[in-house]
Design a protein around this ligand. Structure first.
Ligand SMILES: C[S@@+](CC[C@H](N)C(=O)[O-])C[C@H]1O[C@@H](n2cnc3c(N)ncnc32)[C@H](O)[C@@H]1O
Length: 464
């Protein structure tokens, strides 16, 4: 690996005598890690754990994840281990028992969003945002697969968050960056790197931080991260923010065996991941608290005008048994789509709908087709699905992969109803029986595009 001179000089300055070890580590293959979805599996694989994340595990090699139906079912997410350090920031500085409004501003493809969703309480509202529309669809897909039901996926520019003044208790800004920490995983990143690009990234990050800062409540927590090492995009940006606005840098407790390197620069506590020290890719995180104390929102007693429309009584009656504890949800209808959002989050969700472009809300339950209702993929993958309301069928590995490729599969059954297809007892999606034919309702955009190999072997990630 050949690095640009200015990068080498800076890393030598940052790492001193560690530099050679750092370069040697960059020649090694990056570790592969996954994070399990505790709402979908209670498996405790016999694999080495990511020490800073309860449900994170390292794999000894990188399998062809596409060929594991359980990945498509949202049972786990393939995520780089350093990024899972988000869990420490949240657990150490936020009371996760209380209802929170949480924002993941730069959300796609969804690693931190799915992690956040596992950490917050069910009566919290999460907004997962991604400005680039095509990437926002992937974020929505991963959020739907995770199945939490208290997440709104939006696709807005950071400046649009100015409309949600003092709304969020916690914000995660996993900023677009120059990607030095990805050099090992993606050698192409080395060719795209330049000092000019570092400066451009740093300026863009400052703009992003300023754009969303007003949406953080006084006393709220901002977790900032990048996958790069230069100080401009990291400590210096946060020092700049703390100087412009009133923000206090927060210190996290580290275990020495994690290999995370704490830094202090201009009064900012930073946490750095280097490949020769910690088992993960390059990463930086800093946590700040906005000055002041949150005030209770005062209601002015005026009759509110809501943007959200409730689903009709008739439709609601037809779908409400499809979720466990239906009374805990409000059923809304947007066009032909009926979705469920936790009832206690209705007001907050409506505010988000008034202010931002929402592309996925809560749990998408059904599409109204004339007098009939078609169950949607969001329901199949929901943590709140009432399986008892549907006929189910278990697929073997080949059937499951053919279903995920959107091929027609035959189970030798007949009937005239919706069928919830499962693999290892975990729902994958819907099919409709029409006599002895079966129509595949797996979403076209989500389908597996790769050809299946001749020999299929079952994954054992969840068993170790
Ligand atoms: C480091 S990635 C986020 C990874 C994600 N948090 C995860 O854990 O899966 C940064 C994201 O910021 C988005 N982005 C690019 N330009 C942006 C901008 N000007 N404002 C906000 N987000 C931007 C990118 O599209 C990208 O999805």
């Amino acid at each position: 690996m050949q690095f640009p001179t200015s990068f080498t000089e800076r890393m030598q300055r940052l790492l001193g005598s560690d530099y050679d070890q750092f370069v040697a580590a960059l020649q090694q293959a990056p570790p592969t890690s996954v994070r399990l979805n505790p709402a979908k599996t209670s498996a405790r694989p016999a694999l080495p754990q990511v020490p800073w994340a309860k449900h994170g595990y390292y794999l000894s090699e990188r399998p062809s994840f596409t060929l594991d139906p359980l990945l498509h079912a949202g049972t786990y997410y393939v995520q780089e281990a350093s990024s899972m350090f988000l869990e420490q920031a949240l657990k150490q500085v936020v009371n996760l028992e209380q209802p929170l409004h949480v924002l993941d501003l730069c959300g796609a493809p969804g690693g931190k969003s799915t992690h956040l969703a596992s950490l917050i309480s069910p009566d919290s509202l999460q907004v997962s945002n991604e400005v680039i529309r095509s990437r926002a669809s992937i974020l929505a897909e991963n959020v739907a697969k995770w199945g939490s039901g208290n997440v709104l996926v939006t696709s807005n520019d950071p400046r649009d968050f100015g409309r949600l003044q003092d709304f969020f208790d916690v914000m995660v800004v996993d900023a677009p960056c120059s990607g030095e920490g990805m050099f090992r995983k993606d050698p192409q990143a080395i060719n795209e790197w330049s000092e000019d690009n570092v400066n451009l990234c740093a300026q863009r990050q400052q703009r992003i931080l300023m754009d969303v800062w007003g949406a953080l409540k006084p006393g709220g927590i901002l977790i900032y991260s990048t996958c790069t090492w230069n100080e401009q995009e990291n400590e210096e940006n946060i020092a700049w923010l703390a100087e412009q606005e009133q923000a206090e840098s927060l210190k996290l407790t580290l275990q020495p065996e994690w290999g995370v390197v704490p830094t202090q620069l201009k009064g900012i506590e930073g946490y750095r991941f280097y490949p020769h020290r910690a088992q993960g890719e390059g990463f930086f995180m800093a946590v700040v608290r906005k000055a002041g104390e949150a005030e209770e929102a005062v209601s002015h007693g005026k009759k509110k005008k809501y943007k959200l429309t409730l689903a009709g009584k008739k439709e609601q009656t037809l779908v409400q048994d499809w979720l466990i504890n239906p009374d805990e949800f409000t059923w809304i209808q947007h066009g032909d789509i009926i979705s469920a959002i936790p009832a206690n989050l209705f007001e907050a969700a409506d505010r988000v709908f008034q202010s931002l472009y929402v592309i996925y809300a809560g749990t998408e339950i059904a599409e109204v087709k004339g007098k009939k209702l078609k169950p949607l993929q969001g329901l199949a993958l929901s943590q709140h699905l009432n399986k008892g309301a549907f006929e189910t069928a278990e697929l073997d590995l080949e059937q499951a992969l053919r279903y995920l490729r959107k091929e027609d599969i035959s189970l030798g059954t007949s009937g005239n109803d919706w069928l919830l297809l499962q693999y290892k007892n975990i729902p994958l999606g819907w099919a409709k029986q029409v006599g002895n034919r079966m129509n595949n309702y797996f979403p076209k955009e989500w389908r597996i595009r790769m050809e299946l190999p001749q020999e299929l072997s079952s994954f054992e990630i969840l068993n170790g």
